[in-house]
Design a binder for this molecule. Structure first.
Ligand SMILES: [Zn+2]
Length: 165
């Protein structure tokens, strides 16, 4: 089993917290509305399901809410198998999201856990959005677990169907 994060997909977010032109240290205060949260969940679910249904088992997925240009809007997806990651990376190369091109590439992050800012989790990161560790934007509570559970069920059913053929 190949167990490293396989590819990185950069989505240029178009939401009000987008700040792709951030070359200053200023950060704009932003309050997420319920509609923003709902839209984020929909995009999160959509990306997860597309990757899972088209390319293979997704083991983890995180979205960065950092404001620095090299992390802002990045989506990291960890596939169980190398072939799935290769297929997904190729498939996303010619794609657009909200009229902006998607840049999908493999990344050297070996562990999401090591790349995630522990201080951000406890609201104590004094580097703010410019931090070089991942500031993970969380989907609604339980969404990722629900997607992983559905994927496991669907995958098991598909495996059972193949054995019957
Ligand atoms: Zn941080």
């Amino acid at each position: 089993m190949w167990n490293n994060p396989k590819f990185l997909q950069r989505l240029e977010e178009s939401g009000p917290n987008s700040n792709s032109n951030n070359d200053t240290k200023e950060e704009v205060a932003y309050v997420e509305t319920p509609e923003d949260k709902e839209n984020f969940d929909l995009v999160f679910k959509d990306v997860f399901l597309e990757c899972s249904l088209k390319h293979g088992i997704v083991e983890d997925m995180v979205v960065c809410e950092n404001t620095n240009p090299h992390l802002s809007g990045n989506v990291y997806i960890k596939f169980r198998d190398l072939d799935s990651a290769i297929a997904a990376q190729a498939d996303f190369q010619d794609r657009y999201f909200d009229s902006r091109p998607v840049f999908a590439e493999f990344c050297g992050v070996r562990s999401f856990e090591d790349a995630i800012c522990k201080m951000f989790r406890s609201n104590e990161c004094d580097r703010g959005g410019l931090c070089n560790f991942m500031h993970v934007k969380q989907p609604s509570q339980g969404l990722l677990q629900e997607l992983l559970k559905s994927q496991a069920k669907w995958s098991a059913e598909r495996g059972a169907q193949r054995q019957r053929v």
